[in-house]
Design a protein. Structure first.
Length: 183
């Protein structure tokens, strides 16, 4: 099996632990970044739950690598929703501590956090409506395509594009205001 997760590697590669290992290496950092950006209280534990959930279903996933990616982030989205429901019943939030993050793969989240503080990122995301935050987390942090994000959210592609456009425009306006206030 190759070290790249392709449609051919999924179709022709050995089944079992080798495929799961490749899937985990390919998507673990992205899933962790998505769950962290979406405010999951314990993103590492949720990420492990995601991969434990997909392991028995790897043979039944259709659509090649793109279908697998959509499936993984659909499960991650469901775990995020479950976590938010649990948090709403017992609200105890812990801040994300980037110095304790031991991932070796660079993620969109870590690159953004190098430029601005985690509190600024969460503050900007919190200023957006829930659906816009979700679209940006799926598209920018998790790296899903418009179609995959639409599938994960249960929305149309046009809806996802419009939500992303509105979110980016609002973030741009907020950044301009923030820059103006610094002067």
């Amino acid at each position: 099996m190759t070290d790249a997760l392709t449609d051919e590697a999924l179709r022709d590669g050995p089944a079992g632990a080798a495929v799961f290992s490749l899937v985990y290496r390919t998507y673990a950092a992205q899933v962790l970044g998505y769950l962290t950006a979406r405010g999951v209280e314990d993103p590492e534990a949720a990420m492990q739950e995601v991969f434990l959930s997909i392991l028995p279903r790897l043979d039944s996933v259709h659509g090649g690598a793109a279908g697998l990616r959509t499936f993984i982030f659909s499960v991650a989205h469901a775990r995020m929703v479950d976590d938010h429901r649990r948090q709403s019943r017992t609200p105890a939030r812990l801040p994300f501590e980037p110095e304790l993050d031991q991932r070796e793969d660079s993620s969109a989240e870590s690159q953004a956090l190098e430029r601005i503080s985690p509190q600024e990122v969460l503050g900007l995301l919190d200023s957006l409506p829930q659906d816009q935050r979700e679209v940006l987390s799926l598209r920018l942090v998790a790296g899903l395509t418009v179609e995959q994000a639409a599938d994960a959210m249960g929305r149309s592609e046009g809806s996802v594009k419009q939500l992303q456009r509105r979110a980016l425009l609002k973030l741009r306006d907020l950044a301009e205001v923030k820059e103006y206030l610094k002067q």
